[in-house]
Ligand binder design. Structure first.
Ligand code: WTA
Length: 650
């Protein structure tokens, strides 16, 4: 399958001869000006990472930088550190104390600014609130909130007392929340009454009430009052954030955590129906996100940094919260949609706060392109000096548009490749030195060993294969919560136990540049969100009218991919618009609106191999309207013809 993906797309990418060199004015002041950093890191990888770890505060220094017993790594072994201390306490001891840590804007235009001192105070108080609710080191805490400052405050407070947070994106349904809480066995849920999105409200607490009917581990729910949204309070279990904060003491001693203690788990989709809780630990993770934020975003004291990702995803964890706050940066946070009330909302925010670094997803860039440059022209974007993208492959056309119209041809564009599992950016330009090629994430970050391997595990010097990471890196996942077997099987078994399988296809060109080509497993990327075909299939067959289903992701101009579901329904149900809508709603209820299928195609049968495996590749070809692939291994080749006719008919 990887070959299939690569061949077609490569031809286009490789014609991409354009190069963009960092403007002199940028490189002169860049945090990294010298190519030697790659060589230095290569010659002493552990020393390279230790140098960044040394810029953080440790209660006790580590004894060894790395212990690598493939596929299990320990970083900064024996070190004691607290992440919240590094993100707040450290800064209030310096002139950073009165600097804006978070500049927040609500969708309705309300605004709040928290200095580092404010953040310190709130984090300390909320840490005491957690303690008053009986939270202890190692307890798991679920968080289900919109993009409001209380979300990073809650995360940092968990880190302060040594509790493990599990943030669940507000766009996930009550059932998804329930499953994650149960998997994590979370003791406390921190939620908001709701949030604003596109002028409407998302009633988070109301949804959460459905979830916590079936989560026996939850003892307390803390609710932030965002908008006086309707909700029910269960006495004894539910508490208002602001009431608890009134009584909380101002200082909470930060827990000295072992470098390898868990910081958080974050659920992400894999190739089965059940999302996995990716485990991240403390010392290595913070070092990794700190180093990459500093070098990739070239972060300086006077920058105004805006990563538009929701904190419910890993990008928000690493590059809204932990990386930038560890550096004492000013972070912009926005609650709502990019097109509310108008399509220039992002540019309005950039202008209003003088944003200098802007990090977003290709899906958003493609939407901006479609909306047109008039929206940009209404605003002065001259404060911008660096742009970034993440989450999906960026097509050269979108890259060029971003560079030309948003960056006004003066901002380097860093295309950063990484995953929930990697915790930190692994493939990326260094903006002061790397010549850019539109559509390429360029090279591995210094100290990161990446390779393109074929099926047999041989390195493909020039050409396509699978992207692999061949040595451990500090922010790497340490496991899957409650499932050590799956950790090994999924990530470390394709070749040998020391090589990490990314499940991404990649191609390396003559100059050693990496071109990412999308997933080679059954994980879809819909508007940059990871969703597994199996998850959507399980949601569909959960409906009483569905006998069988097969789900594929097909290319989409803006969202990258959209979901098409082939469904066989039971005899007592009839196909049609009504059933289609019902099934789409069912998926939304089971997973969340991000997983809503774009189309549902009813079929009396699905194409299978003789061993009974559904042939997704064929379905994808049908859904994309391509000529049929090889059908000779089909149990009943006639099915495909029928399906194809049906699809083109509809
Ligand atoms: C994809 C998001 C191409 C990739 C940080 C990966 C990318 C998945 C890029 C992880 C990029 C991420 N170019 N593809 N710059 N960045 N991806 O876990 O397929 O939500 O495996 O982490 O996104 O998605 P996740």
């Amino acid at each position: 399958m990887v070959e299939k993906n690569i061949e077609g797309e490569l031809a286009v990418l490789l014609e991409e001869g354009r190069r963009f060199f960092p403007p002199k004015s940028f490189s002169e002041k860049a945090n990294i000006k010298d190519e030697n950093i790659y060589e230095e890191a290569k010659n002493d990888r552990e020393g390279f990472w230790a140098k960044f770890a040394n810029e953080l505060h440790w209660f006790k220094k580590w004894d060894r930088v790395l212990e690598w017993d493939p596929p299990h790594a320990k970083w900064f072994v024996g070190g004691k550190i607290n992440v919240s201390y590094n993100c707040v306490d450290r800064h209030i001891q310096t002139g950073v104390r009165n600097k804006a840590a978070i500049i927040w804007e609500g969708e309705q235009g309300d605004q709040r600014t928290l200095t580092y001192w404010d953040l310190y105070r709130e984090v300390n108080k909320f840490a005491n609130v957690l303690k008053s609710l009986g939270v202890e080191k190692g307890d798991r805490i679920a968080i289900y909130m919109p993009m409001i400052p209380e979300l990073p405050i809650a995360m940092l407070a968990c880190a302060r007392v040594g509790a493990v947070h599990t943030v669940v994106f507000g766009g996930f349904s009550a059932e998804s929340l329930r499953d994650r809480i149960n998997d994590a066995q979370a003791k406390v849920l921190i939620a908001a009454d709701g949030g604003y999105r596109r002028g409407g409200i998302i009633p988070l607490k109301h949804d959460a009430d459905y979830a916590i009917k079936e989560t026996p581990s939850i003892k307390h729910v803390v609710i932030v009052e965002r908008g006086r949204f309707p909700l029910r309070i269960k006495e004894g279990r539910d508490h208002w954030w602001h009431r608890l904060m009134q009584e909380a003491k101002p200082y909470c001693e930060p827990e000295p955590m072992d470098a390898e203690d868990m910081l958080y788990t974050l659920y992400t989709s894999g190739t089965t129906g059940k999302p996995k809780g990716i485990i991240h630990t403390t010392g290595g993770y913070l070092t990794g996100v700190y180093a990459t934020t500093k070098l990739v975003f070239d972060l300086k004291d006077d920058d105004v940094y805006w990563c538009t990702a929701d904190i419910g995803w890993v990008t928000g964890h690493s590059y809204v919260v932990y990386g930038p706050l560890a550096l004492g940066a000013t972070v912009v946070m926005y609650e709502g949609a990019p097109d509310w009330p108008d399509r220039d909302r992002f540019w309005q925010i950039v202008e209003k706060y003088g944003v200098t670094i802007f990090y977003t997803a290709p899906t958003a860039i493609r939407a901006f392109m479609k909306w047109g440059i008039e929206w940009l022209k209404k605003h002065n974007l001259s404060s911008l000096r660096l742009l970034g993208t993440v989450g999906e492959p960026i097509n050269p056309e979108a890259w060029m548009w971003y560079h030309k119209y948003v960056g006004q041809e003066k901002c380097p564009v860093v295309d950063t490749w990484w995953q929930t599992e990697t915790g930190m950016i692994l493939i990326t330009p260094l903006p002061g030195i790397t010549p850019l090629k539109p559509g390429s994430a360029t090279k591995p970050f210094p100290g990161v060993d990446a390779d393109v391997l074929n099926e047999k595990g041989e390195s493909v010097k020039i050409g396509g294969g699978y992207l692999a990471i061949t040595s451990p890196w500090p922010a790497m996942l340490r496991g899957i919560y409650g499932d050590p077997e799956r950790y090994i099987e999924q990530y470390w078994s394709k070749w040998n136990k020391g090589i990490y399988f990314t499940a991404d296809g990649a191609k390396r060109d003559e100059e050693g540049y990496f071109w990412l080509l999308g997933r080679v497993d059954d994980v879809m990327s819909v508007a940059g969100h990871r969703i597994s075909t199996m998850e959507v299939e399980s949601a569909l067959v959960d409906h009483p009218g569905v006998a069988e289903s097969a789900v594929v992701g097909i290319p989409h101009e803006i969202k990258g991919q959209v979901i098409v579901a082939f469904v066989t329904i039971k005899d007592n149900h009839s196909p049609g618009k009504e059933m289609e809508d019902e099934l789409k709603e069912h998926v939304v209820k089971k997973i969340g609106s991000i997983a809503r299928p774009e189309r549902i195609i009813f079929s009396a049968d699905l194409p299978k191999t003789r061993s009974g495996k559904i042939m997704r590749r064929l379905l994808r070809d049908i859904a994309e309207g391509k000529v049929l692939g090889d059908t000779t291994t089909l149990a009943d080749p006639g099915i495909v013809e029928k399906l194809k006719e049906k699809y083109t008919e509809e």
